[in-house]
Design a protein around this ligand. Structure first.
Ligand SMILES: Cc1ncc(COP(=O)(O)O)c(C=O)c1O
Length: 383
């Protein structure tokens, strides 16, 4: 039985185990066990321990940035960044971004003003920021998503010209480069993520980056009431300390970064070449980032050409145990004061496909064949 025949209808899924989204980069058990034993023998588990400090130093070198402040997750990193910058009032945020950005603003008493995004890359451009800007806007919170990047240098210049601070939620884009500079070095502050879905896995950690010594001192004092480094007065503290266990995993994952990026690139190229022949499917290629970590595989579905809606395709893949998911948008955009047509289109038609440690080239071929077959079977039928 060929795969084509098996796909209609499929009494049993083609993959017996769920093919999950996310990078899922974990070290070998031996390396993990040695790292954990080291922590237990030292009996120092948290609060700016030696591994957290080493991880920060390694990241500073890797990103080529003056300060890296490691924290437990991206959301707290964003909250700390907004607080350290003293941002209040109305803040520009791309419509295509994670809800964490708007929630972090809410925690800091700031209000998101959503901007529409570029239809090819899904990222904020200067034109999108300009269209939403008015005299009441106090800052710009951009996003670098899916192993790609926004027009960060141009957005930074746009904000500087208007006297606004700019920060980026760069959760997905560790190791990506814009014109020879790594993401993590743009704007006043960036926040990069180390969740299971990210190329660098520190069991959900994150880091806040800045080249500004004063901001870094504020961030280290906001991170916990114990502070760290030079004490400076801050209004509020939080608890975003990275544990030694997270830092140990992060260090191991940083060692593996080049290998994991290479694997992602091979898988990305396989998707690109095999989906090129499927009418109505476009792999969203990195646009702002000259070098990508390829940690996500994003596709745009043109329902009229493909024959199935994005959601029907997700269901179809799910029936064969392949996890696919709509890309995140900041919130339900219906009813916003300013319409965001491109954000709305992306929210309805873009999806993410599995790419990561548990995916290989043969699996990519199968996923692509199922997608091609789904299109043929749709045969122009209603979606
Ligand atoms: C772009 C982006 N920003 C922020 C977050 C929130 O991250 P965390 O769960 O580490 O707070 C996520 C989570 O998926 C994300 O994808």
């Amino acid at each position: 039985m060929t795969l084509l025949q098996a796909a209609v209808p499929h009494p049993s899924p083609i993959f017996s185990q769920r093919v999950m989204l996310g990078q899922h980069n974990v070290p070998s058990w031996d390396r993990y066990e040695a790292a954990m034993r080291d922590i237990f023998e030292r009996r120092y588990y948290t609060n700016q321990g030696p591994l957290a400090r080493r991880f920060e130093e390694r990241l500073q070198d890797f990103l080529v940035v003056r300060h890296v402040v490691c924290v437990t997750n991206v959301t707290i990193g964003l909250m700390m960044a907004i607080e350290a910058l003293g941002v209040h009032g109305r803040v520009l945020v791309p419509g295509v971004s994670n809800t964490a950005a708007r929630h972090a603003l809410a925690w800091c008493g700031a209000e998101p003003v959503f901007c529409d995004v570029d239809p090819v890359s899904g990222h904020l451009s200067v034109a999108g920021a300009q269209a939403a800007h008015d005299d009441q806007i106090k800052a710009l919170l951009g996003a670098n998503l899916w192993g790609d990047a926004s027009a960060a240098p141009m957005l930074t210049a746009f904000a500087a010209a208007r006297g606004m601070p700019v920060l980026f939620d760069s959760a997905h884009s560790l190791g990506c480069e814009i014109a020879g500079r790594r993401v993590g070095t743009f704007g006043q502050i960036e926040v990069l993520g180390f969740g299971e879905g990210d190329i660098l896995n520190a069991a959900g950690g994150a880091c806040v980056t800045t080249d500004d010594d004063e901001l870094a001192a504020r961030l280290r004092n906001i991170r916990s009431s114990y502070g760290a480094g030079r004490p400076v007065p801050v209004v509020k503290t939080s608890n975003g300390r990275m544990s030694e266990a997270q830092a140990a995993l992060g260090l191991l994952s940083l060692d593996d970064f080049a290998v994991n990026r290479k694997r992602n690139r091979i898988l990305f190229d396989a998707y690109l070449s095999q989906l090129r022949g499927v009418a109505g499917i476009r792999v969203v290629e990195p646009h702002g980032a000259a070098v990508s970590n390829h940690q996500s595989l994003v596709c745009a579905v043109d329902e009229r050409v493909f024959g199935l809606s994005r959601d029907r395709l997700i269901d179809r893949l799910s029936a064969d145990n392949i996890e696919a998911r709509a890309v995140d948008v900041a919130q339900d955009i219906d009813g916003l004061a300013r319409p965001l047509p491109t954000t709305g289109h992306i929210a309805a038609s873009w999806l993410m496909l599995p790419i990561g440690a548990h995916v290989d080239v043969a699996m990519v071929a199968t996923v692509c064949e199922i997608i091609g077959t789904a299109s043929l079977q749709a045969d122009g039928a209603s979606v």
